[in-house]
Write a protein that binds this ligand. Structure first.
Ligand code: ZN
Length: 261
């Protein structure tokens, strides 16, 4: 029997998948990946995200302005985002966030777009998908000042205390390829000890490749390898972990998942 799992974060709209997107989806479904959330990154890519999601019942779009591209975003695009959400609501606002690891990203600009999009999420009663790098404490503070209903801390990395603070604010934590590396000891401890109701599976494809696919394009086809690690780390059965992480995502984003009971 194959798994029934969902990739809560994969950038299938990226050009990396232009040549073989349908084949990748086919392979992933065969491997037990029965759903895909595609987060938005720039206004210029929203249409592609929406188009890919419109063509399949098991693909869901999120829309947002990613902090990596904060130098390219404009205030007009925030208005366009609100208009697009009103027309055709995505499952979440994302990928939005704060990246204090890359020095070339202007922090004030990042904060400007993040705060605006957090407020938008509250206005539209939508969850958010957060990108947080070296910024757990500032993000928690931002969420206190700009409260939202909850969402996903994608590719979570932080302390157990950070994790619990996000969980208390209605967030689930995404774990992906990094977990497959033996040296990710801290991350593995977290994935082992956090409540199963707080965990999500993700790949962040085409980035964040796992150990077996180092230096290659990451793909939702490899999501079962994240489940392999969780199965080894945790006390629950593989089926239980697959079911609960799928249920977590379903409840968080209000998804209708074909074939999931
Ligand atoms: Zn991402």
């Amino acid at each position: 029997m194959t798994d029934f799992i969902i990739d809560s974060h994969c950038h299938l709209d990226m050009p990396d998948f232009d040549k073989d997107r349908q084949q990748v989806l086919k392979n992933a479904r065969k491997a037990g990946v029965h759903g895909f959330v595609i987060p938005g990154t720039t206004a210029g890519r929203w249409n592609k995200v929406l188009k890919i999601a419109r063509n399949a019942e098991d693909i869901w779009p999120a829309l947002g302005l990613h902090p990596y591209y904060c130098n390219d975003h404009t205030e007009t695009e925030l208005e366009q985002l609100a208009a697009q959400i009103a027309r055709e609501p995505p499952v979440a606002i994302g990928e939005i966030g704060l990246d204090l690891f890359l020095p070339q990203l202007d922090e004030a600009k990042q904060r400007f777009y993040l705060e605006a999009q957090l407020d938008m999420a509250r206005e539209f009663d939508l969850p958010v998908i957060l990108h947080i790098r070296k910024a757990n404490d500032p993000m928690l503070q931002l969420l206190r000042n700009h409260p939202v209903k909850g969402g996903i801390c994608h590719a979570f990395s932080g302390s157990l205390q950070h994790a619990h603070k996000f969980i208390d604010m209605g967030f689930c934590l995404g774990f992906g390829g990094m977990l497959t590396y033996e040296r990710s000891r801290k991350l593995r401890q977290l994935a082992k000890n956090l409540p199963l109701t707080a965990l999500l599976l993700e790949t962040d494809a085409p980035d964040m490749s796992g150990e077996k696919h180092r230096y290659q394009r990451n793909s939702p086809e490899y999501l079962p390898e994240v489940l392999d690690v969780l199965e080894k780390l945790r006390a629950e059965s593989r089926e239980r972990i697959a079911h609960q992480t799928t249920l977590n995502l379903q409840q968080l984003l209000g998804l209708e998942i074909p074939g999931f009971h």
